[in-house]
Design a protein around this ligand. Structure first.
Ligand SMILES: [Zn+2]
Ligand SMILES: [Zn+2]
Length: 373
């Protein structure tokens, strides 16, 4: 039974890693002080969701899935004055705690104590109940794979009017992760040579970031030839189809980049491609690891040439984002025509199609899918 301010929604609930996400009827609590309710208009199907769905990443359950979303504010909690009903927002899946060493040093992306990691509101409350009245967690505190969600106000980042909500959803995760890896983590300089391994939503966003940075050469690499064409339409100068053996790919990459790219972005989350990225580096080159592997994965590399050649490996989570600053900035770049995010989206699906969407993602088919209904 719905109480004051509660609403009924449908949402994708994971009850055990490895099981299908089920679409359930749920009760969503009214937003309290410091919270807002957002009508979800777009939720990207990100590889991270697949890791959670498949049980590669242990996460507490039951949980309403989804962390790449956007929509419009439809209710604000008592005392909330800096957000208003009708305001378009992109949702940030990492709210900095604001008080830890990393946050105080201006590195909110490295916050080890983000409340988002507890999949609850800031005070530990849950906002979703299932049909039996039991608590359901909200993935990263934002639970975007649902018709509506209640989130801490800090996670609802206002963006300019006029951005397609499906595009805004992608700005909430993959665009920020990929563009930020290039511009903020690696700080790629104008004229540098860049390679991007893996052309999903994050990898294609790395390509867009490299274009923004003014890279002189952008080599896009994937196992699927069709994705190279998408990357070229976004501004990649060259494409390489990767096979099972990394040696010919590394050799071709070196040929295209005068001995190896200054920066390689690994965006697949596979050990083999992380090792390929590191091995392809020239003297002074930098490998930026962006793809998220299963939790227990380990990679190896030859240490002597790494040290002798002053090479670097950087890890980049969420594109070193300060969400309140960077999400609106990327949205504005999109409106200015400099971040053609819409080209990453090849399929708009309903919540009921989510499992089929996960199947396509697992098979490496297509580009970004966005749940829009
Ligand atoms: Zn994501
Ligand atoms: Zn912190």
């Amino acid at each position: 039974m719905a109480g004051p301010g509660q609403i009924q929604i449908r949402g994708a609930v994971l009850r055990e890693g490895g099981d299908a996400a089920r679409i359930e009827s749920l009760t969503l609590a009214a937003p309290r002080a410091g919270e807002v309710r957002v009508r979800i208009l777009g939720s990207g199907v990100c590889h991270s969701d697949l890791h959670v769905r498949d049980g590669d990443w242990p996460r507490p359950v039951p949980v309403v899935m989804g962390h790449e979303g956007a929509g419009v504010i439809e209710a604000v909690g008592p005392g909330v004055t800096d957000r208003h009903v009708g305001q378009p927002v992109a949702l940030a899946w990492l709210i900095p705690c604001g008080v830890c060493r990393a946050c105080r040093a201006g590195r909110p992306w490295a916050c080890p104590d983000s409340p988002s990691f507890r999949h609850r509101m800031l005070d530990g409350a849950t906002v979703v109940r299932d049909a039996d009245g039991r608590d359901v967690l909200s993935y990263c505190g934002i639970a975007t794979m649902a018709e509506a969600t209640v989130v801490p106000v800090e996670a609802a980042i206002p963006i300019p009017d006029g951005v397609d909500p499906a595009v805004a959803a992608l700005i909430g995760c993959c665009v920020t992760t990929g563009v930020g890896a290039v511009l903020k983590t690696a700080e790629v300089q104008e004229g540098a040579t860049v390679a991007v391994v893996g052309l999903g939503g994050v990898g294609l966003s790395c390509v867009m970031g490299a274009v923004l940075a003014g890279a002189s050469r952008i080599v896009a690499i994937d196992r699927v030839a069709a994705k190279l064409e998408v990357a070229k339409a976004l501004g990649a100068t060259d494409g390489l189809v990767a096979g099972g053996d990394p040696a010919p790919t590394i050799e071709a990459l070196r040929d295209l980049t005068d001995g190896g790219p200054d920066y390689v972005f690994e965006a697949t989350g596979r050990v083999e491609t992380a090792e390929l990225a590191i091995e392809s580096l020239p003297l002074g080159g930098t490998a930026v690891l962006v793809g998220m592997t299963p939790v227990s994965a380990r990679a190896s590399f030859a240490v002597y040439p790494f040290v002798d050649g002053s090479r670097r490996i950087l890890g980049s989570n969420y594109g070193f984002a300060d969400p309140a600053v960077d999400l609106p900035r990327y949205a504005q770049l999109h409106l200015d025509g400099r971040l053609p995010v819409e080209r990453l989206i090849d399929r708009r699906i309903g919540l009921d199609d989510l499992e089929a969407g996960f199947d396509r993602l697992r098979a490496g088919d297509g580009l970004r899918q966005v749940v829009t209904s």
